[in-house]
Ligand binder design. Structure first.
Ligand code: DGJ
Length: 740
């Protein structure tokens, strides 16, 4: 890993064995981009990769000179990285190179989540200072390169060195100019209960973007996009990833201009955003995480998974095996009492489940979703002994105990709202819109954050609580804080998320032993910002195994398996009414942080025995399911959309589990094969099947020891016409591979 600076060529080259990022100071002092991709040799200049002399757009109007952090107003008409309204009312910025410094390690960003380093020599950071002499604005660009990751992390700090306030209208975390547009934009889009569906479309002239204006990253689009070459597959080809460690309004956007080059940018969504920068003040952007892969989408995902798992997630749970939970939400909804909960926990414990989660409805007068958010005192009618007694009873069973909270919200019918109506978000002269019968607390106010820290600390400190599911069930309307001056209202939504981060930071530090899981009606805030505090997230309220194939496939593009919470629920499924085999539900949920969301007391003895086996199987292979390298084999978004397959492989290649899912049964399908990846070609693997071979009639007859070369080149024989007949829909089969 090096950060090379050539004073003659005025060129920077950030490099490790997996990636190079190169840019230079142009003749006029602007920062020009040269290259991001597979590693190039050190000690050379690459200045010739872009037009020779460049003295500004006035000489070459419209020519697409690639820039590192472009501003508008001086002839570059593409989407800017930065836009500032200056004290004279103009918005023309002329940012020229002033100085630079390289440091070992990586700085934190005040108030914002970020990736980090833990040991010396792991990463280096370059800070390049650009300055506009007239406006007295400085922009400090930060670039971190890790020793052994194909990743460059970027961010910017904007400093007002002038005497009057300026208004930041747009401040991207990163902007990247690419020399062509032969790319497809992959985004993760959807809605409640169908999050992170993969969309892939070729770039065309103009702007293509995904974004949020809801105050949360949202179910609709994830703050993560990929540019992939049209020929790029999971296993091969070039791809560039653009992630953002941010949980609020974001944009991720590509623009193809008339010469066919592409500008890619991501950061806080400028729509509705502004930030007043007083004299001497500075503004930090969230960080953008850029990755390059020459080996397909698998390799790109692997780079993000490792970084997010090892150097974004933090705390005592970062590296620990995550417990198998049972959550009472779909089992009881709001209708429970202590005996009912303990009956669920007792049955769960008998099946080997490790942690009981008490979901919504344990506080205030909450018997449905119309009251009590904000009143974080236990409902003694439902739980006469309080949380402490329930938690101790659960612990006495040999399980751990967790609870659900929704700190950012308040019900109109609550003591908190009666006491502090002014703490809710809204424009005083207008009605506030309710969502799920609730309002949103103004997290931009320090007193609100302090209050929540106080009441939630009392809850978490008052009982043996090992896990917290932090939910957020509505997005923000009427964004306005009476506590902010008129001219600062454009800051509100960013300040809101800074308040959320601060509360997370304080609670996770005060309760370091608690495992936090984030949630926003499922995957409505599943992003890299949240993962810095809560190392796992509830991926979707949709627990149907077939729907989950798509959701988990898409989510895995960016996020590691040990961040994706996935539960087996009852049938008919509560979201889509589908009836799938219990084995299939487990076979999908295994590939994530596994758990159950059903009433085990309502199951037959046979079903309980099956679950006991599932739990034992997951425990046996937990490390592989939670931290193995995930390879996507057959997409539920492609072809006839009738099957899916994926696998997880240990880093040493000695063990792997592949899964194949057949959605609708096919008549007479003929012999089907599935080629695996990531194995040791020279090794022999014992292949066993889950569910047990007795159910997988016919397969057990095949050889059970197969070569890694054969499994990857020829493939695994999946099913025959004989097996398919009468097997039914929604089938799953797992293949456990152990090197011998
Ligand atoms: C939405 C979550 O996604 C569900 O899992 C559940 O916790 C409910 N909220 C509770 O209100």
């Amino acid at each position: 890993m090096t950060i090379e600076w050539s004073p003659e060529a005025r060129e920077f080259h950030l490099r490790n064995d997996r990636v190079s990022y190169i840019f230079r100071v142009l003749e006029n002092g602007w920062l020009g981009h040269l290259y991001f991709g597979a590693p190039l040799a050190e000690g050379r200049s690459y200045a010739h990769l872009v037009p020779g002399e460049f003295y500004g757009f006035s000489n070459r109007l419209g020519e697409p000179v690639p820039l590192e952090y472009p501003s508008g107003g001086a002839g570059d008409y593409r989407i800017p990285a930065v836009a500032i309204e200056l004290p004279d009312g103009s918005g023309v910025l002329d940012l020229r190179y002033k100085s630079h410094e390289a440091h070992p390690g990586k700085p934190e960003i005040p108030g914002l989540p970020s990736t980090y380093v833990e040991v010396g020599g792991e990463a280096e950071t370059l800070e390049v200072v650009l300055a506009d002499a007239v406006a007295e604005i400085e922009v400090r660009l930060l670039y971190t390169i890790y020793r052994d990751r194909p990743i460059v992390v970027r961010g910017a700090r904007i400093v007002n060195s002038g005497k009057s306030p300026a208004i930041v209208r747009c401040a991207m975390s990163a902007s990247l100019d690419l020399p062509d547009s032969d790319w497809e934009l992959i985004s993760l889009s959807g809605e409640w209960a169908r999050e992170c569906h993969v969309e892939r479309l070729g770039l065309r002239p103009g702007r293509q973007s995904v974004s949020s204006t809801r105050g949360a990253s949202g179910h609709q689009h994830n703050p993560f996009v990929v540019l992939a070459r049209p020929a790029t597959t999971e296993a091969s080809g070039e791809a560039i990833g653009l992630g953002l460690a941010y949980s609020g309004n974001f944009v991720a956007e590509a623009e193809v201009e008339p010469f066919g080059t592409t500008r890619l940018r991501t950061g806080i969504n400028p729509d509705g955003f502004s930030w007043v920068l007083e004299s001497g003040a500075e503004f930090s952007t969230p960080e953008a995480i850029l990755a390059h892969s020459a080996g397909g989408l698998d390799a790109l995902s692997d780079a993000y998974h490792r970084l997010f798992r090892e150097r974004l997630a933090r705390g005592s749970w970062r590296d620990r095996a995550r417990p198998i939970v049972i959550n009472n939400w779909e089992a009881t909804y709001f209708d429970f009492d202590e005996p009912k909960l303990l009956a669920i926990a007792t049955a769960a414990k008998e099946m080997g489940i490790e942690l009981f989660v008490l979901d919504d409805g344990w506080f205030g007068r909450r018997n449905d979703d119309s009251t009590s958010l904000g009143d974080w005192q236990v409902n003694l009618t439902k739980l006469p002994g309080g949380l402490d007694s329930l938690a101790r009873s659960v612990e006495a069973l040999g399980m751990r105990f967790g609870i659900w909270i929704e700190p950012e919200m308040v019900s109109r019918s609550s003591d908190l709202f009666a006491e502090h109506p002014d703490w809710t978000i809204g424009v005083p002269s207008r009605p506030r819109t309710e969502g799920r019968n609730q309002y949103v607390l103004d997290m931009s106010r320090p007193e609100v954050v302090d209050h929540l820290f106080g009441v939630l600390s009392a809850v978490l400190g008052g009982a043996p609580i090992s896990y917290v599911k932090w939910d957020m069930n509505r997005t923000i309307t009427e964004p306005f804080s009476p506590a902010l001056p008129v001219w600062r209202q454009g800051e509100f939504l960013h300040r809101y998320i800074l308040g959320v981060y601060q509360l997370y930071d304080r609670l996770t530090k005060a309760f370091p032993g608690i495992l936090f899981e984030s949630c926003a009606s499922g995957g409505g805030r599943f992003d890299a910002g949240m993962l810095a505090f809560a190392p796992q997230a509830w991926a979707s309220d949709d627990t149907d195994a077939i729907e989950r194939l798509k959701i988990q496939w898409g989510t895995s593009l960016a996020y590691p398996l040990n961040s994706i919470a996935a539960h087996v629920s009852a049938v008919p499924n509560h979201q889509v009414g589908r009836v799938t085999p219990l084995a299939t539900r487990a076979a999908v949920a295994f590939f994530g942080v596994f758990g159950y969301e059903l009433d085990p007391t309502a199951l037959s003895a046979g079903e309980r025995a099956e679950i006991t086996d599932q739990v034992a199987f997951y425990k046996q292979w937990r490390e592989l399911f939670q931290r193995g390298r995930f390879l996507r084999l057959r997409s539920p978004f492609e072809g006839e959309r009738d099957e899916a397959a994926w696998m997880t492989v240990a880093d040493d290649g000695r063990s792997a589990i592949a899964a194949h899912y057949r959605i609708l049964s096919r008549p007479n399908p003929g012999p089907q094969r599935l080629r695996l990846r990531g194995l040791d070609a020279a090794a022999f693997y014992r292949v066993s099947i889950w569910p047990s071979p007795a159910e997988a009639a016919g397969v057990a007859a095949r050889p059970i020891v197969l070569g890694g070369d054969e499994l990857m080149a020829a493939g695994l024989v999946l099913e025959s016409s004989r097996e398919s007949a009468g097997a039914g829909d929604f089938r799953a089969r797992l293949y456990v591979l152990e090197a011998i």
